[in-house]
Write a protein that binds this ligand. Structure first.
Ligand code: AGP
Length: 370
């Protein structure tokens, strides 16, 4: 069994460590030799269809839904097409407004999630083109979708999804760049800059993995708590939601992810002496605002860990108790790095509490009932 796990204690830890490879495999062959163009020959979407897209709906469940939140911010900033995110089990019953100019993107690691499959059918019934981002080529979702963008994360065994989520982020980035090329919303130079930054991500993930002992120590501290909060703005908020789901799923510690600016509209009442707050603060454009929110929780006694870049550490350490530094990348791509710290945090918290990391209670790897 340890051989299957490649010498790691759990599949989850193995899969966390497989992310650099998953990033490389998902990017491989999908850019030109000059590194200034994304090529996705597998897509049936025509140039004309891409030019006519009026809105995009990203539909998925759980972690795949959380990847879609990042996908939204990527696509909106690269292409300026309005994007909505939907939970698959909600999408079908809210009579979504779908037209033939709507692109529906369903995201699913397994390609077998019943609600996501039903959402795909709902989109198609309303005349939408449906693109599936999935990790399993022969899956039901891959077979029924009009287009498939495969993530090459390799088999994911642990119930808690890690490398599938980050590969979905890579796929969204490539797809967003592809749309941007066709619709001419980004210059070749801008595309080249983003592709170059993407190529550095695998090594940067390795740098984070090399610091896992520090995360383990922090995880052991938080494992003694009953509740905690994740806060962030923009894409940091999207990552906070994934970090919170991961932690709940395998450590059974209750946590909430909050948009940092929304805390004072109610949730701040839950902050008291010693409550851990994990603040994602990677986005320079909103850093000052996030720091104000950190001060709000600090003033109520919270114990704050910031996840940020080197250049902001000195500043942040004036307001937080601890900081964890992630390597520098473009603001658009930080999610592909920051989430790795939260995956490790969930893993080590679960381990400290003695839970079954790979098979958490009440959960199945693939949910094939609606
Ligand atoms: C992830 O950690 C969860 N186990 C779960 O939320 C999962 O992402 C969800 O059930 C969707 O699965 P899928 O990607 O296979 O469709």
């Amino acid at each position: 069994v340890t051989a299957e796990k490649g010498g790691y204690e759990h599949f989850m830890l193995k899969e966390i460590h497989e992310q650099p490879k998953a990033y490389r495999d998902t990017m491989r062959g999908r850019m030109n030799a000059e590194g200034n163009k994304v090529i996705l020959p597998e897509l049936n979407l025509t140039v004309e269809q891409i030019k006519n897209i009026r809105n995009i709906q990203i539909v998925a469940c759980g972690t795949a839904y959380n990847a879609g939140l990042v996908g939204r911010s990527l696509i909106e900033s690269l292409v300026r097409i309005p994007v909505e995110n939907d939970i698959a089990s909600e999408y079908r019953y809210r009579s979504p407004i779908v037209t033939p100019e709507t692109l529906v993107i369903v995201v699913s690691q397994s390609g077998e999630t019943a609600d996501t499959l039903a959402a795909l059918r709902e989109g198609q019934a309303n005349g939408a083109h449906v693109l599936a981002i999935t990790n399993v080529v022969g899956s039901s979702i891959a077979r029924e979708a009009n287009d498939v963008l495969v993530t090459l994360a390799g088999p994911e065994i642990a119930v808690a999804s890690t490398k599938a989520y980050t590969s979905q982020i890579i796929a969204f980035t490539l797809f967003g760049l592809y749309l941007a090329e066709v619709r001419e919303t980004q210059s070749e130079a801008q595309v080249a800059e983003i592709l170059a930054a993407m190529q550095s991500l695998p090594e940067q993930v390795e740098e984070i993995l090399a610091q896992k002992e520090a995360i383990k120590t922090y995880a052991e501290q938080i494992s003694e708590h009953k509740h905690l909060f994740f806060i962030g703005r923009g894409v940091d908020y999207a990552v906070a939601q994934e970090g919170s789901l991961k932690l709940k799923e395998i450590s059974y510690i209750h946590s909430e992810a909050y948009a940092a600016g929304e805390l004072k509209h109610g949730t701040l009442a839950l902050i008291e002496e010693g409550v851990p707050v994990i603040a994602l603060a990677t986005q320079e454009s909103v850093l000052e605002k996030t720091v104000s929110n950190i001060k709000e929780v600090k003033a109520r006694g919270a114990d704050v860990l910031a996840i940020t870049h080197e250049e902001h550490v000195t500043d942040l350490l004036r307001s937080v108790d601890q900081a964890f530094v992630i390597p520098k990348t473009l603001p658009l791509l930080t999610s592909a790095l920051s989430v790795v710290t939260l995956q490790l945090l969930a893993y080590y918290a679960s381990l400290a509490l003695g839970h079954d990391v790979d098979k958490p209670r009440n959960l199945a790897k693939s949910v094939t009932v609606e």
